[in-house]
Design a protein. Sequence first.
Length: 48
Amino acid sequence: MPYVEALSAGVLVGALYALLRVGSPAPPPVALFGLLGMLLGQTLLETW
């Protein structure tokens, strides 16, 4: 369920950005690496 909530929030924010014609706060590659780091960090903490 948390994954669905996170995806929904991301879609909502993305839609708002598109409607307001606001640029992404980070370049796409930087944002993707940030998300990857968050996912890896969460995974590591949950496995310990």
